[in-house]
Design a protein around this ligand. Structure first.
Ligand SMILES: Nc1ncnc2c1ncn2[C@@H]1O[C@H](COP(=O)(O)OP(=O)(O)OP(=O)(O)O)[C@@H](O)[C@H]1O
Length: 517
């Protein structure tokens, strides 16, 4: 029984038979009740233990020193509270003597090392002091740094003084010895880290990042997001909530979630990468319009959104796309991408096999992936592409609720010319349980590549609101994860699992890691 360590311990004034076996810590109440003989057992995986320390340790004490109790030891572990939210739970065990406590702490730490091999030890943290409501510094110092200290994670902190400082640092500076990069901020900060890391990795491996034909290589470093932005869309889609403690605990236990990335090109030259929304028409116009109302803070998006609904603009163009290869997966299939998603796992397997095939046969990515192009021409209120569900607090299921995080596809949503009320109906369905795609003017496809050619739209002063505000411009712009792209004609290619996040996807169905055996 070399793998098992057990003894009698006290917890919350009751005696328990506590057993550490395999991947689990289990405790069973010692009961006098002869009818039931054995009390209820509770167990949870070692992979969700943050650490074990001698004595009674409290996280909020500055130096985490043991407070009292030579015969006590403390176990810190992940506890799920509601939906996807995690908190740090403390268990204070009392043993017969301090020797036994030492043995328990050593046994637990050994198990954490054995099963928690992917935990980071050394992180570089970028704090955006102006992101969201300007709380990033406070969030990190008061809530996150004490957790990292407890878990034995070294973090080097850089507070940014300008936009793109984090991206430039990652592109230029020595990152040796680091296990991951974190941002404390919103989706814009994540985008900086992602651009820096993808760019650096291609440079180091000699791949031409700018060329639309390049098969880009993923980095071994993971990116973590401590949410402190305005929308935190990427946190909602990869963790299920925008709670800073939950994200920190996912980082501490070393979770890994691969994520697909869309590369956006104009004239075959790279413009930007995106993981959530690339939108022409409505979302492009909202972003461009909202820029003049920065003084309103995050409310500017509601104001410009309202204005654009009233204006009811639509734009002419041709959308060409290559459909995804997996016929079993579709944006209308009602499945959800959740932790351990089978569709994404199959893609990981396929990726491995493909890269071996490419190497063996000395082929290019395109040689095994060229497929038919489909075309939809018309006038569109919105052309949206997203490679994750793009959920946020306003839209809990997101733009495309069944989109997968890591299957090498993106969902293309075409909202064709319709009335203001029809478009409003489509938008409102993002906030309730109704299907936003089940409307005659909406089409949705699961794709792997796209080309959009904008046509000049003739300006018509439509209705009362059209005359009140302004004429329609001939083209819209693209909203690429919250940044404006001024080239109306673009192409997009989905790169399967190009970045890895400290996350595990949204946990589905499971409400607690603690369960009775
Ligand atoms: N010190 C700084 N001064 C000005 N801008 C900065 C600074 N540091 C980072 N930025 C830029 O601020 C932008 C917005 O930051 P961030 O994403 O953190 O917050 P947000 O926009 O409020 O949140 P979200 O993107 O979730 O809506 C980013 O694109 C980033 O490049």
């Amino acid at each position: 029984m070399g793998d098992t360590f057990q003894s009698l311990l006290r917890l919350k004034k009751k005696s328990y038979q506590v057993c550490l076996q395999g991947k689990y810590l289990r405790w069973t109440e010692e009961t006098q009740d002869l009818a039931s003989r054995i009390g209820q057992s509770v167990c949870f995986p070692v992979t969700e233990i943050v650490c074990a320390q001698m004595g009674r340790v409290e996280t909020l004490t500055p130096s985490f020193g043991p407070l009292a109790g030579v015969n006590q030891f403390t176990v810190f572990h992940v506890k799920r509270v509601k939906r996807e939210k995690w908190i740090l739970e403390t268990l204070l065990f009392t043993a017969q003597n301090s020797e036994l406590c030492h043995q328990w702490v050593e046994a637990l730490q050994r198990k954490i090392q054995q099963y928690g091999g992917n935990r980071p030890r050394n992180l570089l943290v970028f704090i955006n002091p102006i992101g969201g409501r300007g709380q990033a510094r406070k969030v990190f110092q008061t809530q996150i740094a004490p957790l990292f200290e407890l878990a034995g994670i070294k973090s080097t902190v850089i507070e940014t003084t300008r936009a793109n400082q984090a991206r430039d640092h990652i592109l230029e500076k020595n990152l040796q010895g680091l296990d991951g990069l974190l941002c404390v901020g919103g989706d814009g900060m994540f985008s900086e880290l992602m651009h820096g890391l993808i760019g650096r990795t291609q440079k180091e491996t000699g791949i031409l990042e700018n060329c639309a034909d390049s098969a880009l290589v993923p980095s071994s470093l993971r990116i973590g997001i401590i949410p402190a932005g305005s929308t935190d869309c990427i946190c909602f889609a990869t963790v299920g909530t925008n709670d800073p403690i939950t994200s920190a605990l996912h980082i501490i236990v070393g979770d890994t979630q691969p994520v697909d990335v869309c590369a956006v090109y104009h004239a075959r030259t790279l413009l930007k990468y995106s993981v959530s929304l690339i939108g022409y028409g409505f979302y492009g116009d909202v972003l461009a319009d909202s820029d003049q109302y920065r003084w309103m803070g995050p409310c500017r998006y509601n104001y410009s959104g309202f204005k654009m609904v009233l204006l009811n603009r639509s734009y002419e163009g041709a959308v060409e796309f290559q459909l995804a290869e997996n016929p079993q997966s579709s944006p209308r299939d009602q499945t959800r991408c959740r932790t351990g998603c089978l569709v994404c796992s199959e893609s990981s397997e396929r990726l491995k096999e493909e890269s071996e095939e490419l190497k063996d046969k000395n082929l290019k990515h395109e040689d095994i992936h060229d497929s038919e192009w489909h075309t939809v021409e018309g006038t569109f209120v919105a052309v949206n592409i997203t490679c994750m569900c793009s959920a946020c607090s306003k839209s809990p299921d997101g733009l495309s609720p069944t989109a997968h995080l890591a299957d090498g596809t993106a969902d293309l949503i075409l909202v064709k010319k319709c009335s203001m009320l029809q478009f409003l109906k489509h938008l409102i369905r993002h906030t309730n349980q109704k299907d936003q795609f089940d409307l005659p003017f909406v089409e949705v496809y699961r794709i792997k590549a796209l080309k959009f050619t904008a046509r000049k739209t003739v300006s018509i002063k439509k209705g009362f609101f059209g005359r009140l505000f302004s004429n329609q411009p001939p083209h819209s712009c693209w909203n690429c994860d919250g940044e404006i792209l001024h080239y109306p004609s673009i192409s997009i290619k989905v790169h399967c699992q190009l970045v890895n996040l400290f996350a595990r996807g949204i946990e589905g169905g499971q409400s607690s890691s603690l369960f009775t055996c």
